[in-house]
Design a protein around this ligand. Structure first.
Ligand SMILES: [Zn+2]
Length: 144
């Protein structure tokens, strides 16, 4: 948890995702008509326009699709942690499902504990979870 960091807004569409992370599960929205997975959560399937969906658990495995090391100006809550990484992870189930997070060396570790020089595009990662504030548990990533 980073004191003073902004937290995601939970919406009607995204609530099942956050209920999943609170239980230690990475869930994705799946179209009940054509079976396509989608993220971020939204009411309609982009492939078949169905409004019917379900939430299904993922393996929690993926690869680093891209990453950055943010430079100043940074939000005050993050400035003292620089340099740190922000990764975009493509999930194994569908590389089109991409989540933004931090690569860490331990589930509760700080976001600056991995040397950015060691991060590589395509490196395998697995999800871990950390309570980030009231009612929000964030997915984060560790080398697999
Ligand atoms: Zn569909």
């Amino acid at each position: 948890m980073i004191e003073g960091a902004p937290l995601p807004a939970v919406t009607e569409d995204s609530a099942p995702f956050w209920e999943g992370t609170a239980r230690g599960e990475l869930l994705m929205q799946k179209c009940s008509s054509c079976g396509r997975l989608r993220f971020p959560p939204r009411p309609m399937c982009p492939r078949c326009q169905s409004l019917d969906d379900e939430w299904v658990p993922m393996s929690g495995r993926g690869t680093v699709w891209s990453f950055v090391v943010p430079h100043p100006p940074l939000l005050p809550a993050f400035a003292k942690l620089a340099p740190y990484n922000v990764v975009v992870v493509a999930l194994d189930e569908d590389p089109g499902l991409r989540l933004v997070g931090n690569l860490v060396a331990s589930p509760e570790g700080p976001i600056n504990e991995i040397d950015p020089e060691t991060i590589r595009i395509g490196m395998p990662v697995r999800v871990v979870f950390q309570a980030a504030g009231e009612d929000i548990v964030l997915p984060r990533w560790m080398p697999a």
